[in-house]
Design a protein around this ligand. Structure first.
Ligand SMILES: Nc1ncnc2c1ncn2[C@@H]1O[C@H](COP(=O)(O)OP(=O)(O)O)[C@@H](O)[C@H]1O
Ligand SMILES: [Mg+2]
Length: 220
């Protein structure tokens, strides 16, 4: 069974697709895991870049359309097929409520969810709403172990909106990464379906520290 990691938030623009792609490129370049990305967002952020780059070393990307008939059955089939070929599945989810089909069924299948969080009142409130509904959803997981929920502070800057983050403590067993990702142009420009963003040997680089934490926390 591949490990399934979803990137999800209630709000758009927090950095789901960015974080997924940066992490996926590092997995591709720094590990031997066979990785599939399922793009479930109708905006197809990952799929589009995958097609534009069309690079032989790119990780595989599968665009999943949740508006088709019986999407749950087809989704289950895709995951069964993925079992044979991949060790790791990342899911890029559309923004929305946890009760929306693409989010609910993806989180039911996932082992881990990464929630990018921007330190502003609106984003933290949205994250709190998202997390409040999680326990109810997890009750339906039956035989699966509890969903692991990790928050990653994204677009960190010099403003003092960090006081809002204290509201997140203890929410639905959310564990915050120690390493935030700063608001930087390189994260806007550096998304790729094959190229690693930074030199992996530089231990001072925040992305490398984030990725080490990602591997340790998600057992990758
Ligand atoms: N750490 C960051 N620094 C600078 N820009 C970022 C960062 N993370 C995301 N962005 C930018 O923010 C916007 C929204 O990010 P995106 O990944 O599309 O969010 P989502 O998938 O959650 O809607 C994009 O323009 C992206 O380039
Ligand atoms: Mg996105």
């Amino acid at each position: 069974m591949p490990k399934i990691i979803a990137f999800s938030t209630l709000k758009g623009g927090a950095g789901k697709s960015t974080l997924l792609m940066l992490t996926a490129a590092a997995v591709k370049n720094r590990t031997s895991h066979r990785l599939l990305v399922i793009d479930s967002d109708p905006q197809l952020s990952v799929k589009q870049i995958h097609q534009q780059e069309n690079h032989p070393q790119a990780y595989d990307v599968f665009a999943f359309n949740w508006l088709q008939q019986n999407p749950q059955d087809y989704f289950a089939k895709v995951l069964t097929l993925a079992e044979r070929k991949y060790d790791l599945v990342f899911m890029d989810l559309p923004p929305g409520r946890i009760t929306d089909d693409p989010i609910m069924y993806s989180l039911l299948a996932a082992d881990t969810v990464i929630v990018p969080i921007v330190a502003s009142q609106l984003d933290v409130n949205a994250t709190t709403n998202f997390l409040t509904l999680l326990p109810e959803l997890m009750a339906d997981r039956q035989h699966k172990p509890p969903l692991e929920v990790f928050g990653v502070i994204n677009k960190q800057d010099q403003t003092v909106e960090y006081k809002h983050l204290t509201k997140l403590a203890g929410q639905a067993s959310l564990q915050l990464f120690y390493t935030p990702l700063s608001n930087r142009v390189r994260y806007k420009r550096g998304v790729s379906t094959w190229r690693d963003l930074v030199d992996p040997t530089d231990p001072t680089d925040e992305f490398n520290r984030y990725f080490d934490e990602f591997r340790a926390k998600c057992f990758i």
